[in-house]
Structure formats: structure tokens, C-alpha cells
Design a binder for this molecule. Structure first.
Ligand SMILES: Cc1cc2nc3c(=O)[nH]c(=O)nc-3n(C[C@H](O)[C@H](O)[C@H](O)COP(=O)(O)O)c2cc1C
Length: 313
């Protein structure tokens, strides 16, 4: 079978951290990792990203908190998680044993909360990077508000930078006027990579009952419906920043991954697609190898940012 002989180099780097391939799983769509271990060998992934971890346990929003939409889904989970102490005690030991990169996604309602969580995670062996979620649309306090202006985004990332030595990836919201300005602000504040996009604010209504389909009324739209938006934002941000970009949004298959890499992403995250097919990421990794071999590409890095914008007609 072509592409399985291991000649192709799928590895990529963010700062000093080397990933065996560019495929990560998106926060909140892969639980704490263990939930997916019955489906495939998680060591094949470039890395695992946990759901957002907050200081205290959170139950999240009341149900219903997900619904299907054309070419996508809405969710208003509201950062349900066990809290950082329970996470360290109960969830981390499984993740630390994996032979893949481990990224902990951190969220909070206040700047102080982010800092406390980050400090609790400091000096834990086995954690490779933090992803700072300043883009959750489904919480009343904090979340997306931190990522909404250049000033607040800069302030929170600068403060977190001062309180941890872990490499930092900052996850941006598409629900802003100009995402490139927020990207420049967090780069200036000292982050090592930028991931984008989180979900777009959306809503669904049942015209018979005259009620919203989500108890939270609005939610975050994800899945194939948002891919064109995500691609455009990745491409725009790639023109401005000089740190690696991690592309997210509607990635369902290998072709989608290649599009994000061409647009300038060094890595990608697969989210909603995990719910459709829990093994989709391993299929993508195998197919990326096939693609590279069939196109005589020695290293996947060769195609990052290689979108040809000249003479498209
Ligand atoms: C059910 C669900 C839960 C999510 N929870 C989180 C979360 O806890 N933290 C976070 O940063 N992003 C969260 N996200 C956003 C995803 O990580 C991702 O940015 C978004 O879904 C877009 O990617 P996709 O279209 O591939 O799903 C969640 C998305 C979904 C669908």
C-alpha cells in the first residue's frame, strides 16, 4: 500500500516542540482523551488537546445544549469540566502516559482565574503546551470577552506569559471585527502559536413551538458550515504574524487539512468531525502520508503557506 513505508516526514514544530504530525484534536470534542482510546491508538495523533479546564468544576449550561444545523452543529456546553484539581488528580495520569504531545486548554471567568489555573499546571511533567481559550462564546463572564479587543487579549496573554514557562497557543474567536489585529496583539504579548477559529455565534429556532432549540438561546456554530470562514481567517492572519498558526474549523477530511496548510496553517485541529467518525484523525494521518508520497513531497512542511494566488483564472 502506498504511503505506509514511513519515508514521508509529517513532523512539524511549534517553537521548540516537535509534533510527529500536524493533526491535533480540538478542545471540547475529544473529552479528556480516554473517552476515545477504545476507538484507536491515540499515540498516532500529533497531539491531544483537552477540553477547557477552569479553576473550579463547572456543570455548564442547562440542556438542550447541542443541536444539528445544515452542514454543522450548534453547541452551548458552557465549559463543563471537572476543574483543575480534579483534572490533575483523575484525568492527567492517563494523558501523561501517551506517546504524543499533550496540550491543556485553559479557560476562566476572570484574569485571576486564568492565572490560578496556569500556576496549578506549572511544573507538571508531561504537559507540552497550554492552549489559552479567550474565545468561548457560551459563557456569561470571561470567555470570548477577553478575545474581543486587542487591549484585553494583549493584557491576559502578557499576564499568563509572566506566570508560566509552558509554550502558549492562544485560541482566537471569529466573532470580532478584525481577527488579524487580535492575532498581532497576542503575538506581541509573547505567545508561541495562534489557533483559530473557535465557533461562530449562531442560533436555531423551532417555528412550531416558537422556542429556541438551545436552552442558552444562542450557541457556537461548528462543522463544515464554518470552513470557508475559518480558511479565510487563517489565510489573513498568516499574512500578518510570524508565529505558527493552527487551523480549526469544519475540517472533515484530508482535503480540508491540505487546504488549511496551503492557507498558512502549520498544524490543524479536528473538532466536530470526531463526533461523526471517532477514527477520522487516524484516517487523515494515513492519507496525508499517501498524498505526500503520491506528490513526491518529502516533508509536509513543504506545502505550508504555499497557496498560489497569482493567475487563478
Ligand atoms: C461540543 C463542542 C464543545 C466545545 N468545547 C470547547 C472547549 O471546551 N474549549 C474550546 O476552546 N473550544 C471548544 N469547542 C470549539 C472547538 O474546539 C472548535 O474550535 C470548533 O468546534 C470549530 O472546529 P470544528 O468545526 O472542527 O468543530 C467546542 C466545540 C464543540 C462542537
Amino acid at each position: 500500500m502506498p504511503g505506509r513505508c514511513g519515508l514521508t516526514d509529517l513532523s512539524v514544530k511549534i517553537g521548540k516542540i516537535k509534533f510527529k504530525n500536524p493533526v491535533l484534536v480540538a478542545s471540547g470534542t475529544f473529552g479528556y482523551g480516554e473517552e476515545y482510546s477504545e476507538f484507536f491508538d491515540l499515540n498516532k495523533l500529533g497531539g491531544v488537546i483537552t477540553k477547557s479546564i477552569t479553576l473550579n468544576p463547572r456543570e455548564g449550561n442547562p440542556p438542550p445544549r447541542t443541536c444539528e444545523t445544515p452542514s454543522g452543529m450548534l453547541n452551548a456546553i458552557g465549559l463543563a469540566n471537572v476543574g483543575v484539581s480534579e483534572f490533575i488528580k483523575e484525568k492527567l495520569s492517563f494523558l501523561k502516559k501517551l506517546d504524543t504531545r499533550l496540550i491543556i486548554n485553559v479557560a476562566g471567568s476572570t484574569l485571576e482565574e486564568y492565572v490560578k489555573v496556569v500556576k496549578r499546571l506549572n511544573r507538571i511533567k508531561g504537559i507540552d503546551m497550554l492552549e489559552i481559550n479567550i474565545s468561548c462564546p457560551n459563557v456569561k463572564q470571561g470567555g470570548m470577552h477577553f478575545g474581543a479587543t486587542e487591549e484585553s487579549a494583549h493584557q491576559i496573554i502578557k499576564t499568563i506569559r509572566e506566570n508560566t514557562s509552558y509554550p502558549l497557543m492562544v485560541k482566537l474567536s471569529p466573532n470580532v471585527t478584525d481577527i488579524t489585529q487580535i492575532a498581532l496583539a497576542v503575538q506581541e504579548a509573547g505567545c508561541d502559536a495562534i489557533s483559530l477559529i473557535n465557533t461562530l455565534i449562531g442560533m436555531a429556532i423551532d417555528s412550531e413551538t416558537r422556542k429556541p432549540l438551545l436552552a442558552n438561546i444562542t450557541g457556537g456554530l461548528s462543522g463544515p458550515a464554518i470552513k470557508p470562514v475559518a480558511l479565510a481567517m487563517v489565510w489573513k492572519v498568516a499574512q500578518k504574524v510570524n508565529i505558527p498558526i493552527v487551523g480549526i474549523g469544519g475540517i472533515m477530511n484530508t482535503k480540508d487539512v491540505l487546504e488549511f496548510l496551503l492557507a498558512g496553517a502549520s498544524m490543524i485541529q479536528v473538532g466536530t468531525a470526531n463526533f461523526v467518525d471517532p477514527k477520522v484523525t487516524v484516517k487523515i494521518i494515513d492519507e496525508l502520508k499517501d498524498y505526500c508520497e503520491n506528490h513526491k513531497i518529502k516533508s509536509i512542511k513543504e506545502i505550508i503557506g504555499k497557496l498560489e494566488t497569482q493567475s487563478i483564472s
